[in-house]
Design a protein around this ligand. Sequence first.
Ligand code: BDR
Ligand code: CA
Length: 322
Amino acid sequence: MSVHKVIYDTDPGIDDAMALLFLHFSPDVDLVGITTVMGNARIETTTRNALYLKERFNIPCPVAQGASLPLDGTDEEPPAHIHGHNGLGDVALPEVISAKPDTRPAYQFIIDMVRAFPNEICIVAVGRMTNLALALRAAPDIAGLVKQVVIMGGAFGFHGHFGNVSPAAEANIHGDALAADEVFGASWPLTAVGLDVTLETLMLEPYLRDLRAKAGAVGEFIWEITRLYERFYQSFGMPGISVHDSSAVAFLIAPELFKVRRGPIRVVQGGIAHGATIQKDDGKTHRPGAWDNRPSHDVCVDVQREAFLQLYFDTIVRGANG
Ligand code: BDR
Ligand code: CA
């Protein structure tokens, strides 16, 4: 079994925290860095949360703080009604965290690691794509040196999913549409894990209760941070929570659970469809257009729901008790 060296680019974030634990406890993953970005909360908060999670769960890798604003500089109010004012469901957190961030900004950390481990690093990016775009702008050569990029972002219309933050766009892409278009424009091996599959794998309350019962302090933590998140999903009639970011981790460690479609991806900039992600299917022919001369990437179009849920459950329970 090959172990993936992973940089986790994240905006913790409730589902981000759950995915971080999934990475941390996965025997197939060597987590070599966590980079933070604004999104589910402001950058100071997402970085504090990453440092808190590192400390609380003994995650040995460094944390590097990333972008505080998207590339176009627009400042958006974070979604406190989904992730809480503290980004972790408003559970009590310690006043002081002793772990300190790496001295480098996230994009520089990414560049340094990719160059230090050529063709070995997998980037799992589950927030705005700002840090990745900044890294590509500063060091375009890294595109040829990264082993794999898996992003949680986008919605391509499969299973009827087109957007969550708007009817046309998914939050991570909408939050920095320019960065996302640049990341999709890079010639690196990239897979987008979008709402098409993440909204198909809800964790229902009995599942979370079972995890709580079997995964000790880790299960209890997941249970606590998901209370607010669950109420948010219930408020519009969803029977469970979508743990978007863990689907990206699942793709990394068990790609056989997913079906993909290949083709170049563009992101709509501005207007009512701002942040919409549109892939041109490699199997189809169109008139010349905005997708020409762009690299093909994979988009997840289907997932084996039960197998994904089982993989997450088993990984957390085994890791928590190990
Ligand atoms: C994405 O947006 C964030 O709220 C989640 O953490 C996830 O990465 C889902 O649209
Ligand atoms: Ca996220």
